[in-house]
Design a protein around this ligand. Structure first.
Ligand SMILES: NC(=O)c1ccc[n+]([C@@H]2O[C@H](COP(=O)([O-])OP(=O)(O)OC[C@H]3O[C@@H](n4cnc5c(N)ncnc54)[C@H](O)[C@@H]3O)[C@@H](O)[C@H]2O)c1
Length: 353
């Protein structure tokens, strides 16, 4: 699979690039960045790894000259629509970093655009491909805890990345670029993991948040979702921790055993443990080493592209629905009440995107 990259910032340098350079069957074919030094810097790293790759002026040139099958769009979320249009019209599939957009209005516009061009757009829901969350989902699916009743997620030691020095360090504090604080930046991952484990999307939300200095910049957000009859409790924020990740079922509880010093659920846990009636029943080890992006994410995209498969999970429709959930959560926190989550793109009659 030929892969181009637009937006050569921190997540690409630390997460995607190593995977793109080492994975057989993935060919990095071109880099683009608004700040040319960023594309040159990553091109230098690719060359040092023996996989030289050209830097292009813009997305149109990348598409024309490098002929990618897939473009990773890893710019800040405010910078998506022009690139998605160019790529959609050229028939190039997109792997879009999260969040899809900074408002439901923008996300709906991107969805209509994708439906118009027939573009294939996948969200970078990378945590769903971490071995520990895959294992957790498999264990739930195998019935080790019976029907799921609740998912408890705490991530109270989460700090925003600065972003690449050459672009706009601290852009996550600029509403126009980031769209919000800890919930949208880090909580996003918890939302799709909770859906995966609850077996369905959220139907209602209530929340409280510490906005700093004002909405939508939450330093801490405590949200409670109902996914039908499954309760999901999410605490996300900057601070001393802790991190906790638990799935409770009618017949037991699955627990991710994190180091007590960890504060963020991107940390690698020591094991997944099954408890029943307050007793440890069984443990499963998880690989101790992994990056923020794993081969499994790209394998899944390659499979979906080859098979023409367009499931909802991690699609642009899913990305749109998560933007709607985030927006409703901020609103619930401001208004201090339960809010129903309206019509989801999951249920709407969108095809192929
Ligand atoms: N999935 C994850 O685990 C994860 C982790 C970190 C960041 N992210 C997401 O990745 C995206 C980038 O975050 P980051 O931390 O790498 O930020 P960053 O600031 O390090 O990088 C952004 C890059 O985009 C470039 N850019 C900005 N506007 C552009 C444009 N119009 N055209 C081309 N390039 C442009 C900048 O020059 C910069 O190099 C964000 O959406 C963020 O939420 C995801």
């Amino acid at each position: 699979m030929r892969v181009g990259v637009v937006g050569c910032g921190q997540i690409v340098e630390q997460g995607h690039l190593p995977v793109l350079l080492r994975t057989p069957g993935l060919h990095l074919t071109g880099l683009v960045d608004l700040v040319p030094e960023r594309a040159r810097r990553l091109a230098g790293q690719a060359e040092a790894a023996g996989r030289p790759v050209p830097a292009y002026r813009d997305t149109a040139e990348l598409v024309e000259r490098a002929r990618p099958d897939l473009v990773l769009l890893a710019t800040p979320p405010s910078v998506r629509s022009a690139e998605l249009r160019t790529l959609g019209e050229a028939g190039v599939a997109v792997l879009c970093e999260k969040p899809l957009a900074n408002s439901v209005e923008e996300a709906d516009a991107l969805l209509s655009e994708a439906a118009r061009t027939g573009a294939r757009v996948f969200m970078t829901h990378n945590y769903a491909f971490f071995p520990e969350y895959r294992l957790l989902a498999r264990l739930v699916g195998e019935g080790h805890i019976g029907p799921v009743r609740s998912v408890l997620i705490s991530c109270l030691g989460s700090y925003p990345w600065d972003g690449a020095e050459e672009f706009r360090p601290g852009w996550r504090h600029d509403r126009a670029l980031s769209g919000g604080g800890r919930l949208v930046d880090t909580g996003w991952h918890a939302l799709y993991l909770a859906e995966l484990l609850a077996g369905r999307g959220p139907t209602e939300v209530t929340a409280t948040a510490e906005f700093d200095p004002a909405p939508p910049f939450d330093r801490e957000c405590f949200a409670h979702y109902r996914h039908g009859d499954v309760h999901v409790s999410l605490a996300v924020g900057t601070g001393h921790g802790p991190v906790a990740f638990e799935v409770r079922g009618e017949q037991g509880r699955l627990h991710l055993d994190f180091d007590p010093a960890a504060g963020d659920y991107s940390a690698v846990p020591r094991a997944v443990r099954l408890y029943r009636d307050g007793r440890l029943v069984r443990s499963w080890d998880v690989p101790r080493e992994r990056g923020m992006i794993t081969e499994g994410l790209y394998e899944e995209i390659r499979r979906r592209l080859a098979e023409g498969d367009a499931p909802y999970a991690h699609s642009v429709r899913h990305g749109r629905d998560l933007v709607a959930t985030i927006e409703a959560t901020y609103r619930a926190a401001r208004e201090r009440r339960w809010l129903p989550l309206g019509t989801r793109a999951e249920e709407a009659d969108h095809v192929a995107v």
